[in-house]
Design a binder for this molecule. Structure first.
Ligand SMILES: Cc1ncc(COP(=O)(O)O)c(C=O)c1O
Ligand SMILES: NCC(=O)CCC(=O)O
Length: 427
């Protein structure tokens, strides 16, 4: 028995499903989850000493690759000064200044400890600001696991077949309206009927929790316009896309100014961090400036700020995102070529350092329905064949993949060699 299998057996004694987050459980692909003991650069190393090229990157944060020396130094340096003060720090001010410089719509912002907290707080703020109760989200988008947002959700909820979770009171869920992604007509219709009840629309500006689905041309522009017409707060959930699809996130990439945005993952460089912010006029409603309450014992934690700041400075270097984009493009072109050669119906999507792999003939994937219509069984086999070949993809057909700046020719070759074998085996 492998060490991972033994650990998994032991883990299940006292940890539900053996994991501290459901997406880690391999429920969507079958088999035993890998337990890791080390990560460095483009690789993760499991408890049985096998190395994998890592396309998960801790579900997004590790955009530099693992253990970047400058990030580790920043954490070590802060470590000598204490772990947490529960009081303001200069690091937080530096973080706020840097984020608002990199993402100009973030006129004011608050740090929290996870993406879930960021979206939950942004929604409370939008409700408090507008005095309206209902929100709109999109089918297959995942915004963390707060009650209002676990309705037709993507990611692990979708993988496990429970997009709308038990435990969320119907009275909460009824205030969450869900619409298909990339469908402006549906939004227009809904706002026409219920615009005055809608506090906000929250969207993953590139959907990454039902596989990876980019917005259609003009979708965000139309969304922005409709929100303005109906006094609805537009929230870009950039927890996944932030500092990844471009330095300015998806809003920078598509040239849209949301009212509020949420960040997580990259902004913490691998530490538990989230952030929400936006228009000063709206953010001024947050306590203690305004009446909408929001708080956190570890919010703005100095170690986390140190890791996040070091990461944001490194991703700000000229050419950083071009390099991610070019690796991703070569990766996907290589995969497509090998799938085509083996006669496997296969489609890819990509925005910057974020990508999707679909086992389907459909070359125009627009929404949840298209994502779930793909051949999930084939993906499962592909996932395990890639794992055998030393490549760690997200263990679900409904997750985006991530490239890191630590990836180069060697990793590309390992991945494409594994894929060539995998596609042949699937044919
Ligand atoms: C778009 C998006 N929003 C929010 C979240 C929630 O973040 P966290 O897991 O840090 O709570 C995630 C991922 O988990 C995400 O992908
Ligand atoms: N794309 C899905 C996530 O990032 C979630 C990670 C988790 O829930 O552990």
């Amino acid at each position: 028995m492998s060490r991972s299998a033994t650990l998994f057996e032991n883990a299940q004694q006292h940890i539900p499903g053996g994991v501290n987050s459901p997406v880690r459980a391999f429920a969507g692909v079958g088999g035993t989850p890998l337990f890791f003991k080390h990560a460095e650069g483009a690789y993760v190393v499991d408890e049985d000493d096998k190395r994998y090229v890592d396309y998960i990157g801790s579900w997004g944060p590790m955009i530099l690759g693992h253990g970047h020396p400058e990030v580790l130094d920043a954490v070590r340096n802060q470590l000598q000064h204490g772990l947490s003060y529960g009081a303001p720090t200069a690091l937080e001010v530096e973080m706020a200044d840097l984020v608002s410089q990199l993402v100009p719509s973030m006129e004011m912002l608050r740090m929290v400890s996870s993406g879930t907290e960021a979206t939950m707080s942004a929604i409370r703020l939008a409700r408090g600001y507008t005095g309206r109760d209902s929100i709109i989200k999109f089918e297959g988008c995942y915004h963390g696991h707060s009650d209002s947002l676990l309705v037709k959700a993507g990611s692990g909820a979708l993988t496990l077949g429970v997009p709308s979770s038990p435990g969320v009171p119907a009275a909460f869920a009824q205030h969450t309206l869900t619409l298909p992604y990339n469908d402006l007509a549906a939004i227009e219709q809904c706002l026409k009927e219920k615009g005055e009840e809608i506090a906000c629309i929250i969207i993953e500006p590139v959907a990454g929790n039902m596989n990876c689905i980019p917005p259609q041309e003009g979708f965000h522009q139309g969304l922005r316009k409709l929100c303005d017409e109906h006094g609805v707060v537009l929230i870009f959930d950039e927890v996944m896309t932030g500092f990844r699809v471009s330095l300015g996130g998806a809003q920078g990439h598509y040239g849209i100014t949301p009212d509020l945005s949420t960040f997580g993952k990259v902004i913490g460089g691998g530490m538990p961090v989230g952030c929400f912010g936006g228009k000063k006029e709206i953010m001024s409603h947050i306590a203690p400036l305004g009446p909408v309450y929001q708080a956190g014992t570890l919010s703005g934690n100095p170690l986390a700020m140190a890791a996040g700041l070091a990461t944001l400075k490194l991703v700000s270097q000229p050419g950083f995102h071009d390099k991610l984009d070019s690796y991703a493009k070569r990766l996907l072109a290589g995969l497509q070529e090998r799938a085509d050669a083996a006669g496997i119906p296969f489609t890819t999507t990509q925005v910057g350092g974020m990508f999707g792999l679909f086992f389907t003939d459909n070359k125009d994937i627009r929404n949840f329905e298209d994502a779930v219509a793909c051949d999930v069984e084939r993906f499962k086999k592909f996932f395990h064949l890639m794992l055998d070949g030393g490549v760690y993809l997200a263990p679900s057909a409904f997750e985006a993949g991530f490239v890191s700046a630590a990836m180069g020719e060697t990793e590309l070759q390992i991945t494409l060699d594994a894929a060539e074998k995998a596609f042949k085996a699937l044919a």
